[in-house]
Structure formats: structure tokens, C-alpha cells
Design a protein around this ligand. Structure first.
Ligand code: SF4
Length: 379
């Protein structure tokens, strides 16, 4: 078998199925990543969403029999919306991060990888292939970096010269000996913009991320958001793009190569108040196809309440009072109480005083008392 020719054919085929960049690396252990992951675990910098077994995350031979190569793919996603939402006074909107625009990228990339697997196995029927996107064992970024897709930026994203960091990554482990590509030189240089602007100081020199402090991670948690993060959330209801938008390497990068990734502005920038009362069925129908819905509606609703407080939206006071009184979930009631304390006004004060007499959940009561205290200090 001429593996050199096969690699060239795979590259050519990838272009025909909407893969924007492809790279190849060996299936040897990711030693550097292993050290990094152990450090992250020790420092409690992990999000908890990742594969727990570090060996599986760095050693492809635990995932496929006699692996020889890993094929890394990248698909560019848009950074700007073609259509804009029409803003009306009093109608506040939240924002999903760019990686949640359009159809869930896991679906899109798995489709491309499946096509690639079929192509390879048509030519070599006994080829073994194992593909993964984000939720697989391997660290997508480590694979992409070693396969020459881009360099690992100080913002912990893979930065490609062609598309910036606005790329989704996926990979396929195979037992075919395909020639590896050369990793790219780091091009961040002395720039530190992402580290300097990260709202919570989650980025650490040397390309480390404390996921526990990362706003993108915090938007996906389901409990009460720590006060410190509530203040920093702004109108983000899922994810955070700050370290990408400030990156000079992303200047002018806005690719619309995949129709599935085009955002519907009404979904990517949804009205906040309707989110407070959305049913499970409606949520699934409207948001079920985007990656930002993977944790269900609760974190999105909690973040929407925080965003309304960020805007100090007085027009939302009535809805927030209803939520504080009637929502069955303590996190949502308590966050609504906090938001009322932030927005303020007589109506909020009266509602909080009444809720203080009626609420039975201790955590919610604490939120109500804190909100009342804040309001009495501001009088
Ligand atoms: Fe690198 Fe600067 Fe971009 Fe951060 S903002 S990833 S330091 S180029």
C-alpha cells in the first residue's frame, strides 16, 4: 500500500466533504499533555466534564488496537452574524457564545469524520478507525497542535493562521501508518491580551486554564452561581468568547463555509424574559439542536435572570417576582431574589419582604435576606 498516496487522497477527499483543514500525527502518547493534565488535576483546574482517566486522554493505544496515526480535522465557524436581531426598547437579549451558533458542532463534525471513515474503509476494508469530537477521551487541542493544525495559544485555543481560533476540532485514530505533519511554531510571542482581559483571571501564563474560574464553564453549572461570577457574567447565557474576540490573530476572521453553522439570531441572541417561563418541550424544540442546550434549560434560565439584573431591567421586575414566588427550583427562585435586589425599586422590596415570610428553602432565604439588606443599604 502506498500510504503517501493514500494520505494525499485523504487530504483531497476531505476538501470535498467540507473539512477546512486536516493534519496528521503519530499515535504516540501525548507526554507533554499528560504532565499538564496531572498538574491541572492537582491544582483542581479541571471542569469535571472531561474524561477522568488521564491515561486514556493521552494514550491512543488504550483506545484502539495497534494505532499508528491520528487524523485531526478543523472546521471554521462564523464569528459574525449575517442577520442581526432587531432591538426594541425594554427587550433585553442574552448571548450564546459562537461555538453554540447553528447546529451542534458535535453532530456536524461527527458527520464529516464518518464520511472520512467510510472513504478510508472503502479503500482499505480492514482499516480500524475511531473518531471523536470534544467528548471523546483524547484532548482535541493536543492532537490538533501536534498534527500541525495550529498552535496552542495562551488563551488555550488552537489558533490556525487561516481561520484564527474560530475552528471546531475533531480527530480519528487509525491503524494506518500515515506520515505525520510538523507542529506549528507558537505565534503568540509577547502578546498577553487574552490573559489581561479574561474577566475572572482564569487564564494563567504558559497556556493553562483554571476551568473552575472560566466563565464559559460557570455558565454550564446548575447550582447557584458564586456572587463573584454573577457580577462578571454580563448578558452571556452560555459560554464566553472574550479571550477569542480580543485575540489579534482573530482579526477579520469570519468564515461562513458551512450552512449548518449559520446562526439564527433569535436563538443565538434570544430575548431573556421568555426564557424564564419556557417549558421543557419548547426549550427542546427551540434550542435542542444547539450545543449550548446540552445541560438543559436550568443553567440558561439562571443565567438569563442574572443577565436581566446586569441590565437593571425594571420591565422584568414583574416576571422576576413571579419566578421568585412560583418556580419550583430553589436555584431559580434564589437567583431571581438576587436579581430583584440588584434592580431594586419599591415593588422589588415589597415582593422580597413577602417572600421572606413565605420561603422555606434555606439557600433561597439567604438570597432573599442578602437582597433585602442590599436594598436597605441603598435607600
Ligand atoms: Fe496569543 Fe495574544 Fe491571541 Fe492570547 S490574545 S491567544 S496571547 S495572540
Amino acid at each position: 500500500m502506498d500510504y503517501h498516496a493514500l494520505k494525499e487522497d485523504i487530504i483531497e477527499y476531505s476538501k470535498t466533504i467540507g473539512i477546512d483543514k486536516i493534519g496528521f500525527t503519530s499515535a504516540s502518547t501525548f507526554e507533554e499533555m499528560k504532565v499538564r493534565l496531572i498538574t491541572q488535576q492537582k491544582l483542581n483546574y479541571q471542569s469535571g466534564f472531561e474524561e477522568k482517566d488521564i491515561e486514556k486522554r493521552v494514550n491512543p493505544s488504550l483506545l484502539l488496537d495497534k494505532p499508528k496515526s491520528i487524523i485531526s480535522i478543523a472546521l471554521a465557524y462564523p464569528s459574525k452574524m449575517k442577520e442581526r436581531v432587531v432591538s426594541k426598547k425594554g427587550e433585553r437579549r442574552g448571548i450564546f457564545c459562537r461555538a453554540s451558533w447553528g447546529t451542534d458542532y458535535h453532530i456536524v463534525l461527527k458527520d464529516r469524520l464518518k464520511k472520512l471513515e467510510d472513504y478510508i474503509q472503502e479503500r482499505i476494508p480492514d482499516a480500524l478507525c475511531k473518531s471523536m469530537v470534544d467528548t471523546g477521551e483524547l484532548v482535541d487541542r493536543a492532537v490538533a497542535q501536534r498534527a500541525g493544525i495550529g498552535w496552542s495559544g495562551k488563551n488555550c485555543a488552537i489558533i490556525t493562521p487561516e481561520f484564527g481560533s474560530y475552528v471546531y476540532l475533531g480527530e480519528m485514530i487509525t491503524n494506518l501508518p500515515l506520515e505525520p505533519d510538523t507542529p506549528m511554531e507558537d505565534q503568540c510571542g509577547t502578546c498577553n491580551k487574552c490573559i489581561d482581559v479574561c474577566p475572572t483571571g482564569a487564564l494563567i501564563q504558559g497556556g493553562q486554564l483554571n476551568a473552575q474560574r472560566c466563565i464559559a464553564f460557570q455558565t454550564q453549572t446548575k447550582g447557584f452561581l458564586a456572587e463573584e461570577f454573577r457580577e462578571k457574567l454580563g448578558n452571556r447565557i452560555y459560554g464566553c468568547d472574550t479571550c477569542q474576540t480580543v485575540c489579534p490573530k482573530n482579526k477579520g476572521m469570519d468564515f461562513h463555509n458551512h450552512p449548518e453553522m449559520e446562526p439564527d439570531p433569535e436563538i443565538a441572541k434570544p430575548l431573556l424574559q421568555p426564557l424564564l417561563f419556557i417549558s421543557n418541550k419548547e426549550f427542546k424544540e427551540k434550542y435542542g439542536h444547539i450545543s449550548g442546550s446540552w445541560r438543559g434549560k436550568k443553567p440558561i434560565q439562571r443565567n438569563a435572570i442574572i443577565a436581566l439584573a446586569h441590565f437593571k431591567e425594571e420591565g422584568a421586575i414583574g416576571d422576576l417576582i413571579t419566578v421568585m414566588k412560583k418556580d419550583p427550583r430553589p436555584v431559580i427562585r434564589g437567583t431571581a431574589a438576587w436579581a430583584l435586589g440588584k434592580i431594586g425599586g419599591d415593588e422589588s422590596m415589597t415582593a422580597l419582604q413577602t417572600a421572606n415570610q413565605q420561603e422555606e428553602d434555606q439557600e433561597v432565604l439567604q438570597e432573599i435576606e442578602d437582597a433585602l439588606q442590599r436594598l436597605s443599604h441603598s435607600l
